[in-house]
Design a protein around this ligand. Structure first.
Ligand SMILES: NC(=O)c1ccc[n+]([C@@H]2O[C@H](COP(=O)([O-])OP(=O)(O)OC[C@H]3O[C@@H](n4cnc5c(N)ncnc54)[C@H](OP(=O)(O)O)[C@@H]3O)[C@@H](O)[C@H]2O)c1
Length: 247
């Protein structure tokens, strides 16, 4: 297996005032059908999709691949039919009856800590979920490494939410960022932006360069950014899944 870590991307829809959700954390429904389609296309390129407990519960995600044509393209590219589904829940108080645990899709990996109750762990395992109990605080690099070791993934897309995205950025693991800039505004200091509520400042800034720009539906713009590597990290320059497959 390659010693290179997997390529890590993230994908979010943002309002024109930089919000990913409302103050009450309503499900992310403000983007167009074109954006929903693009989300699936980006997901289809990845070997795994990574989501935090908040998002999988609020948005009732299944993290699957409902489009048969995209599944066929995955198989033609040599990928598994469905992406691996990875969920992060530090406290482990996650409901085994959430849609994702019964919906069709790739293997499910739950990354949690010893705070997950034993009975619930056994319940998840009985239902076929692979449970990883890791030390606290959860390290994003350990999660990515587990997925690489156990599922052989070469690429992963994080589809939210803010807390998980922030952890990936702070661990300096994010290689690519897809944003859909939407022509709507919510306002409200409590409504989360990409990194959560406005008061949560990062210790250091992380720079990206724009590598893709195209109009979407309903006045939206699809943006794609690449991480600008620090000089010390230049040797670890990453290759996107598409480039790795010669596309
Ligand atoms: N606009 C968009 O594109 C978009 C995309 C995704 C989500 N959203 C919105 O974002 C909101 C959810 O945001 P959120 O910040 O709550 O989302 P989140 O990161 O999905 O969920 C937070 C929860 O996930 C677990 N978690 C995440 N990162 C962790 C870490 N580093 N270590 C340990 N546990 C971790 C924790 O679960 P436990 O509590 O179980 O420990 C935490 O409480 C929803 O309103 C959703 O609709 C919008």
């Amino acid at each position: 297996m390659s010693s290179r870590r997997p390529f890590v991307s993230a994908n979010f829809a943002l309002t024109a005032d930089g919000k990913i959700s409302t103050r009450t954390g309503a499900p992310a429904q403000f983007s167009s059908p074109e954006d929903k389609r693009r989300l699936l296309e980006i997901r289809a390129q990845a070997d795994a999709v990574l989501v935090g407990h908040g998002t999988v519960a609020t948005d009732r995600m299944t993290m699957g691949m409902p489009d048969a044509a995209l599944r066929a393209e995955r198989i033609a590219r040599g990928q598994a039919e469905f992406p691996v589904r990875a969920i992060v829940s530090g406290r482990g108080r996650i409901d085994p009856n959430l849609r994702v645990f019964s919906a069709p899709g790739g293997p499910i990996h739950l990354f949690t800590t010893s705070r997950l109750a034993r009975a619930r762990r056994l319940d998840f395992e009985r239902r076929g979920t692979r449970v990883h109990v890791l030390p606290e605080p959860l390290e994003m690099s350990a999660i990515v490494a587990r997925l690489q070791a156990e599922e052989g993934i070469r690429s992963l897309v994080c589809e939210g939410g803010a807390q998980l995205f922030r952890a990936l950025v702070e661990a300096d693991l994010l290689d690519e960022l897809h944003l859909t800039w939407c022509a709507t505004v919510f306002g409200g200091v409590q409504a989360p932006g990409l990194l959560g509520p406005a008061s949560h400042q990062m210790k250091t800034s992380h720079a990206f360069r724009l590598v893709g720009f195209e109009p979407g539906g309903a006045g939206e713009v699809f943006l794609r950014y690449r991480r600008i590597s620090r000089p010390s990290a230049a040797a670890a320059a990453r290759t996107s899944p598409a480039a790795a497959r010669g596309r």
